[in-house]
Write a new protein. Structure first.
Length: 311
């Protein structure tokens, strides 16, 4: 546990290339900004090109000498994921850090992505699964690549049941969110297992930001959002500056453990300095993780290509 870890404790990130999804606003924007402040070159992605461009310009205005560029990436469209990966490959730079941050929560009615996948799990898990797989060759060319995937403490909820991954039998907004975040945790841990089996130097970790008012709450009813403004910021949770610390810690700290889970270490993990936190109970089920991986490959049509393991 790090009682006072802040962005001042981040090691220099000069020479590293970072990709941050959902960096238009909120936790993603703070994550991208602080990585740039530490010296990384940052690709600010968003599903709206104009908003990604505006975010990159705003970031460059806040951080003197920032090396940042916007790019279009719609995780609800697998063709957009492929297109983004092709542009990154054309650039030729290894990717040192991928922060899978973008997400949606509490979508009132069941909706689908352009590929017919349930929207919440489609963006939060399957879009990031496809993106990580598409970028894997560039990640493996980096000397010490990291993949940080943003989960949620909601992954511990009993409603996080993956037997109906796409909520075809019954759709409940927060249950869909919980199961998508359990899928995220299982993905991050299985990614580490597969990297280890292939002898790859990749580090995969999962984080949760605690309780914070961000753009994720936009689908909630107006009275609930109003209550959130009073309670999340002032009583229970923390602002986005602090909520980004687990992602930044996992992305940069030297003592991060591959396959670890990091979040706020204060009361109820709602706020506080970042550090190791307890994994959801199903996260230890390697059989479940393997099954989810197979399903994710089928749904996204993305297969991870690992180098041959050492003899």
């Amino acid at each position: 546990m790090h009682d006072s870890w802040t962005t001042d404790d981040m090691p220099g990130q000069e020479g590293r290339l970072a990709v941050v999804t959902g960096a238009n606003s909120g936790i993603g924007y703070v994550t991208a900004r602080e990585l740039a402040r530490a010296g990384a070159e940052v690709v600010v992605t968003g599903r709206d090109a104009a908003r990604a461009r505006d975010a990159a310009e705003r970031l460059a205005g806040e951080v003197t000498g920032a090396r940042v560029r916007p790019d279009l990436l719609d995780l609800a469209d697998l063709a957009s994921v492929t297109g983004f990966a092709h542009r990154m490959e054309h650039g030729g730079r290894p990717v040192d850090l991928l922060v899978n941050n973008a997400g949606v929560m509490a979508v009132p009615r069941r909706r689908t992505t352009r590929d017919g996948l349930e929207l919440t799990v489609g963006i939060n898990h399957l879009g990031h699964f496809a993106l990580t797989g598409r970028l894997l060759p560039l990640l493996l060319r980096a000397p010490a690549p990291r993949v940080v995937t943003v989960g949620s403490a909601m992954a511990r909820r009993p409603s996080a049941d993956l037997s109906d991954l796409q909520s075809t039998r019954r759709y409940r907004p927060m249950a869909a969110y919980a199961k998508s975040k359990l899928a995220v945790v299982l993905f991050a841990l299985e990614l580490q297992r597969r990297a280890d089996a292939a002898g790859a130097r990749l580090t995969s970790v999962v984080v949760h930001p605690g309780v914070s008012r961000t753009g994720l709450q936009r689908h909630l009813a107006r009275p609930v959002r109003a209550l959130g403004r009073l309670t999340l910021d002032r009583v229970v949770g923390q602002g986005v500056e602090q909520a980004a610390l687990p992602s930044l810690y996992a992305a940069t700290a030297g003592d991060v453990v591959p396959g670890g889970f990091y979040g706020p270490t204060g009361r109820f993990e709602a706020r506080g300095a970042p550090g190791p936190v307890e994994l959801p109970a199903p996260a230890g089920d390697a059989t479940l993780a393997h099954s989810l991986w197979d399903i994710s490959e089928t749904l996204t049509r993305v297969r991870y290509r690992w180098p041959a393991p050492p003899p």
